[in-house]
Design a protein around this ligand. Sequence first.
Ligand code: ASP
Ligand code: MG
Length: 271
Amino acid sequence: MIILKFGGSSIKDSSHIKNVYSIIHSKIKNDNIAIVFSAMGGITNKLIKLAEKAKNGEDYDFDLNSIKSIHQNCINELELIGTSVKLDKCFKNLKIDLSAIFKKNHLSNKLIDKVLSYGEILSTTIIVDYLNFQNIPSEQLITNNIIITDNNFGNAYVHFQKSFNKIKNYFKEHKKTQIITGFIGSTEEGEITTLGRNGSDYTATLFGTALNANSIEIWSDVDGVLSTNPNFTKEARAIPYLTYEEAMELAHAGAEILFPPSIIPVLYKNI
Ligand code: ASP
Ligand code: MG
């Protein structure tokens, strides 16, 4: 088993999704894979803005429509039939949550997490339909009730053993290629939580560890872990080899390529 993870910048529009498909297509010939996805690029920030507007009693229709059209354009360009109905359902539910926030004039961390979870649910809805359309039998795995966390909404602490057991049992019963929502977990009572911004890397390493994966591949728009921030320094170069400790230190020091806690689960298994 190999776990692949693609972040928001890798699936920011239909052409990027097609590119991701070709990577998946080439991998799936040789390996059993499961794939973790973030929300489409920029969507999580847009969802935060949307929830804030609803809380402040501002008109949020424009922002909601902009999120809708990003996803709708994407499925049009991918020529997917039937996906639109699924997206509409998600947006209907999102609207219910936003109305609740609007009425209460209050935005709890719990409700933010609920709103943010739509980002990964929407992206994986599109990807699953596209992979099936391309004859890769796959299904969506929404990770609430699978990744079990405490109720520290926005930055939830993952209960490893409970989550690993859930993941293992789930994979015993589901044999298609799993398209997994990054970032999302839930409390034992089923309330949606999130693992912290950029937390999809962590989802990938949690699945990899639970399933004893041979490797976990974090795909990104830069060539690996760089020696410094490539946005500011031309001399940034990829570091060919890192120990887990070094990777963790770099992540803590601000290397955006890796979500710091994501190293912890794999340390134990040497993946
Ligand atoms: N979509 C979430 C975020 O933007 C998680 C992730 O991208 O890893 O933080
Ligand atoms: Mg990232």
